[in-house]
Design a binder for this molecule. Structure first.
Ligand code: 3Y8
Ligand code: NAP
Length: 259
């Protein structure tokens, strides 16, 4: 009897949850619990970490999980690494639902950097206005750059005093996305943004800010994805459903991750 553990927290995971629900496939949707009110799902939901690899192995065994789909974000690297390890130990098949990285197009002014520290170093020394679209957990890398004015987009209101700059240096937009290019163009204009910092999340839900930056001719510091272990992956919800039904992916769907 199939029982799927869906590691979620992204638009793709929400789309797969709908497909699993409509197909009547027994599944449980898993959130880390880092936002106050995550999107409701049409599947039973569990929230919170598993307790590292041993905790996840125990969960797989206790709940008779037959398949794991890692539909977490490309930057949720620790979860993805631990899922690979736990599934190998428990002998449970794993498939990643992962969108391709964004590629620059004509008119894009991207500065590719390997990590958040390099992103901070890529900003100009002189004071400017920066849209940090990297979430709450990554702000510390920019804490020492008090000369800039920041526009932050967070999923939840930050705790008072939790931001690493004085309130006067920060404009805050609280929102979950997806965000349209029109919305983000108005946002960048309203806040006179001169620089963007983004993670190469891929997908359509937040590429609007990149289209808006191109329209305004703004430079984008683009943080590359962390390396992940080799694992079967696909970008297509239908391919996941075929894998669950028939156990294999057509070869064109399976490409190894970044070594
Ligand atoms: C908790 C689940 C969906 C929901 C939307 C996608 C799209 C918007 C892109 C910008 C960039 C950012 C951030 C972002 C994106 C979608 C998708 C995606 C980026 C939710 C969600 C959870 C999280 C966690 C949250 C992180 C933060 C990152 C905000 C739900 C809304 C910046 C990443 O405060 C915190 O602790 C937030 C932490 C991890 C990155 C960070 O380091 O702070 N996402 N995002 C999931 C869980 O608890 O398991 O609350 O409903 C999901 C979404 N986030 O399903 O359509 O699919 O990628 N989320 C980044 O890419 O830079 C926003 O503003 O342009
Ligand atoms: P992370 O750093 O890779 O994971 C940290 C720990 O959080 C994991 O080791 C695991 O704890 C727990 N965890 C993460 N995702 C989980 C899930 N879906 N279900 C249960 N436990 C989970 O993760 P993150 O970058 O903080 O991302 C947290 C969540 O936000 C994920 O669901 C991810 O899909 C979503 N998200 C992240 C980003 C981003 O930019 N990172 C963007 C959009 C959405 P244990 O080891 O104890 O199991």
């Amino acid at each position: 009897m199939t029982h799927v553990l869906l590691l979620g927290g992204t638009t793709g995971a929400s789309q797969l949850a709908q497909a699993l629900h409509q197909a009547g496939v027994p599944a449980v949707f898993s959130y880390a619990g880092v936002t106050q009110a995550p999107l409701a799902q049409p599947l039973p939901v569990r929230v919170g970490g598993f307790g590292g690899v041993p905790g996840l192995v125990q969960y797989l065994v206790d709940h008779g999980i037959t398949h794991v789909v890692d539909a977490t974000h490309p930057f949720a690297a620790q979860m993805s690494r631990r899922a690979c390890e736990a599934c190998a130990m428990a002998g449970v098949p794993l498939l990643a639902l992962e969108r391709a990285p964004w590629q620059p197009g004509p008119g894009d002014r991207w500065i590719d950097v390997p990590d958040m520290a390099a992103a901070a170093a890529a900003l100009p020394a002189e004071a400017t206005r920066v849209f940090l679209a990297v979430g709450r957990k990554q702000l510390q890398a920019f804490a020492g750059l008090g000369q800039h004015h920041y526009l932050l987009r967070l999923v939840d209101d930050p705790e008072p005093g939790s931001l690493p700059w004085p309130d006067a240096a920060v404009d805050l937009e609280v929102g979950r996305g997806p965000f349209s290019a029109e919305h983000d163009l108005a946002l960048l204009r309203a806040h006179r943004v001169q620089w963007l910092v983004a993670k190469n999340a891929g997908g359509e839900a937040t590429r609007g800010k990149l289209d808006a930056a191109r329209a305004l001719g703004l430079p984008v510091v683009m943080v590359q994805r962390p390396a992940l272990p080799q694992r079967a992956r696909t970008e297509d919800v239908g391919a996941v459903m075929r894998w669950l039904r028939h156990g294999v992916l057509p070869s064109e769907d399976v490409s190894a991750g970044t070594p």
